[in-house]
Design a protein. Structure first.
Length: 353
């Protein structure tokens, strides 16, 4: 009788766990549909989606072992609902870069170069330019750009290959091999982050409005840096205070990003030209920022990317750099090579003429 009671208790415990997992997974899946302002907890659930999906997958063998076929449907249906989200993380196709390189098109690149590491000789800036030449990039959007490297001006260095250039706010720039016919800088309140756009006259495609975006940072790196400086001064920082600071700064950054994303999205939707939106969004797929920036546009990775992609070189391998485009444009290839010039990887996308 005792064994039967334990058996029933374990079964009930797993059933409750499955129900909780399903509720949290579906809530997280649609957490990006609401603004973090006023819905912080729900918006934060999006960041736990990979873990929640993995836990649902682990429940499948348990229900098979127990031969509870109806209950087995719960994690299977839950995971099936997450397929569109999984597609933002991994695409089960092989690289078509070689095939696409033989076709005529427009190659756009986005790269957060982290001030070229504040490297004093200028070698990093030159190496990045050489990489853009090698990959035949036509339009290059740089975030955290630094004009001076060593004793040279980067605008002069890049001009030979990119004859056209438009500067936004300090660290934002768009280089182009096609004429730039107009531009605008988009400033955000309470931050040094910003966005910009440039109208680029591409003969085969017409005038394209290319957005270069750098949204609010997460605040994690800054919080950890300040904590380490305090500890270096022999000032103790408790785990509780550190967690509170991390959560507070991250939540604040999330709210600022959401408002910045709305500003850029409104600017993009008001454009009469076909648009390409790229940059460092500092947020993960299916978040409110991602959904707002995407709107009715196409995520280049879902269209023609391959394998699993991450664009941040830190301890958290996440995709936070993107290239989106209007449906009227057709992507040929999308990839992010693991270059070591910055704490981000660049993103490259080629569009068909």
């Amino acid at each position: 009788m005792g064994k039967l009671a334990v058996y029933k208790y374990l079964h009930l415990m797993f059933l409750v766990l499955q129900i909780i997992l399903t509720i949290f997974t579906i809530t997280a899946l649609y957490g990006g549909d609401v603004s973090p302002i006023g819905h912080t907890a729900r918006a934060l659930l999006v960041y736990a989606l990979p873990l929640l999906i993995a836990m649902n997958i682990l429940m499948i063998p348990y229900w098979i072992f127990r031969r509870r076929w109806l209950l087995l449907l719960i994690p299977i249906i839950t995971i099936a609902c997450c397929i569109p989200y999984i597609g933002t993380l991994i695409q089960p196709r092989t690289s078509n870069e070689k095939e696409a390189s033989a076709k005529p098109g427009l190659t756009v690149a986005s790269y957060n170069v982290a001030m070229f590491g504040r490297e004093t000789t200028g070698f990093k800036a030159q190496d990045i330019l050489a990489e853009m030449r090698r990959r035949k990039v036509d339009v290059l959007c740089l975030q955290e750009y630094n004009e001076t490297s060593g004793d040279k001006q980067n605008s002069e260095l890049y001009r030979e290959y990119f004859p056209y250039m438009q500067v936004g706010r300090n660290d934002m720039v768009i280089f182009s091999r096609y004429p730039i016919t107009g531009s605008k800088t988009i400033l955000f309140d309470y931050t040094n982050n910003s966005a910009m756009w440039a109208d680029i006259n591409v003969k085969e495609l017409g005038v394209l409005r290319v957005f270069n975006v750098h949204l609010q940072t997460t605040g994690i790196s800054g919080t950890m840096y300040r904590a380490s400086k305090l500890e270096a001064k022999n000032m103790q920082v408790s785990n509780e205070r550190l967690i509170q600071a991390l959560f507070g700064n991250y939540a604040l950054g999330m709210m600022l990003r959401s408002s910045q994303a709305n500003i850029v999205a409104q600017e993009q939707r008001a454009s009469d030209n076909l648009c390409i939106v790229c940059g460092d969004f500092n947020d993960v797929p299916y978040s409110y920022v991602y959904n707002t920036m995407l709107g009715n546009m196409v995520d280049g990775f879902k269209e023609c990317g391959f394998n699993w992609m991450h664009t941040f070189r830190g301890k958290k391998p996440v995709r936070i750099d993107y290239i989106f485009h209007d449906e009227a444009l057709k992507g040929l290839t999308y990839y992010s090579p693991e270059l070591s010039y910055s704490d981000h990887y660049p993103v490259f996308m080629k569009f068909a003429f």
